[in-house]
Design a protein around this ligand. Structure first.
Ligand code: C2O
Ligand code: CU
Length: 458
């Protein structure tokens, strides 16, 4: 993709694999298959699943493990893949149909192999027709447990937020049922007074959720799997979580024995049935969603770290991504196109980096939509929001929620050669153009995108 001036033969993405390691191997099998899922409350959906359930099996490994996951496609006609969202896998394992592999067709298999280098809360999902397949159930949570944890948690639970179309044919822009851990019913988690509880919250859907934890002060210990420095307990605070983002929360069970996690939109609606999470033994106490509580703001939470990358660093390369939208032709249809620098994928000129460069990217969102921008293969440090440097903990993310009118500067080290996507995780926006490639020089893909190939990453 990027021009090579050295004359050296190109590296194929398929050669960018994990070297053999002495690390313990954790093996999983994930069959992709059709299944009818009971969301509770009498709602059944025709789902596309890993292992017959959605969310798919929670994969838990230890930091440093060599992870081996065999994907077998039983009967998903459109083909499937697995993308390891937030994990810096070798490029060949990134699971992007048409870029790093062919979509796995019914009867075929593909084995993913990578070292789980960094502890944290991640998730996995199909990256074939992802705007449909992820919403339709092809996703699950991946937890990489740290080898040594400074704080012991008595309980470590996953809370997955998702939305399901009620019309089996409609998985975009349609009336939907909100679920937590796959059910539209309330979720009950056990804990005793005095115990420490960690909640790993994952937004696997498309909507922004705004959570509030009632009953105990809560500490935000990690964002997108990356620990925050010296985070402090918050009184009732609303926690906005955009598509694909993760929050790790920790609290101590109060003597009352009840903590609740309530979910709403930024502007809570009066008639908006959604499940809640109840933690404890005390049953549920009626709690009102705290619509006026302050919104969590990571730009001044926790404490700075002297070693962190800041806006004052010297960058080797700098790019600007100007997000936009406009009516126009896309795939021959008049529709809302979501653009980066005025273009739609695949016509957006790529971000080209040299190995080991320190790269700064400024993302401006003058549109009236929220765009959670996700970079594959790398995590990035947030340098500034609306031009202001962060004053608290360093914040390292893989998905940044760029609200209307906002701009962020982020930076990362180009330390993972390959061809990587950078796209909006409101997947219907990505499917209408909001996607750009990050490319290292002299790397080529043998795969194609489009009808002839059967590969449709968005
Ligand atoms: Cu969570 Cu390109 O993906
Ligand atoms: Cu978007």
């Amino acid at each position: 993709m990027a021009p090579d001036i050295s004359g050296a033969p190109a590296t194929l993405v398929t050669q960018l694999v994990a070297p053999p390691e002495a690390a313990p191997v954790k093996r999983f099998a994930l069959p992709a298959q059709l299944a009818t899922i009971d969301l509770g409350k009498g709602k059944m959906v025709e789902a596309w699943t890993y292992n017959g359930i959605s969310p798919g099996p929670e994969l838990r490994v230890q930091q440093g493990d060599f992870v081996e996951v065999k994907l077998m496609n039983k009967d998903i006609i459109a083909g499937v893949t697995i993308h390891w969202h937030g994990v810096a896998v070798p490029n060949a394992m990134d699971g992007v149909a048409g870029v790093t592999q062919d979509a796995v067709q019914p009867g075929e298999t593909f084995t993913y192999r990578f070292v789980a280098k960094d502890a944290g809360t991640y998730w996995y999902h199909s990256h074939q027709s992802s705007s449909m397949q992820v919403l339709r159930g092809l996703y699950g949570v991946l937890v990489v447990e740290p080898t040594s944890a400074p704080v012991h948690d008595d309980h470590d639970y996953t809370v997955d937020l998702h939305e399901w179309g009620t019309d089996p044919e409609c998985f975009q822009n349609c009336a939907h049922v909100r679920t937590i851990n796959g059910t539209a019913q309330n979720v009950q988690l056990a804990a005793q007074p005095g115990e420490s509880v960690r909640l790993r919250v994952v937004n696997s859907g498309q909507d922004r959720h705004v959570l509030a934890l009632i009953g105990a002060p809560v500490t935000v210990v990690a964002l997108d799997g990356h620990d925050l420095n010296a985070p402090t307990p918050l009184d009732v605070t609303r926690l906005p979580i955009a598509a694909a983002q993760r929050y790790d929360l920790r609290f101590r069970m109060p003597e009352t024995g009840v903590v609740q996690v309530l979910d709403a939109d930024l502007e809570p609606k009066a008639n908006d049935p959604r499940p809640a999470v109840f933690i404890g033994t005390g049953g549920s106490i009626p709690a009102q969603y705290p619509a006026n509580a302050p919104l969590f703001d990571f730009t001044h939470y926790g404490a700075p770290d002297a070693d962190a990358l800041t806006a004052n660093a010297t960058f080797d390369a700098a790019y600007i991504l100007e997000l936009g939208n406009a009516l126009g032709l896309y795939d021959g249809q008049l529709t809302m196109r979501f653009t980066i620098n005025g273009q739609v994928n695949p016509y957006v000129p790529p971000i080209i980096v040299q190995p080991d460069q320190l790269v700064r990217i400024q993302i401006n969102n003058p549109t009236d939509d929220l765009h959670p921008m996700h970079l594959h293969g790398h995590s990035f440090t947030v340098l500034t929001k609306n031009g202001q440097p962060l004053t608290g903990s360093p914040v390292i993310l893989d998905t940044i929620a760029v609200e209307p009118g906002e701009s962020y500067a982020i930076a990362f080290r180009a330390d993972n050669p390959g061809l990587w996507m950078d796209h909006c995780h409101v997947l219907r926006h990505a499917a209408k153009g909001m996607s750009i490639m990050l490319v290292y020089p002299n790397i080529e893909t043998p795969f194609d995108i489009g009808s002839a190939s059967g590969n449709h990453p968005e």
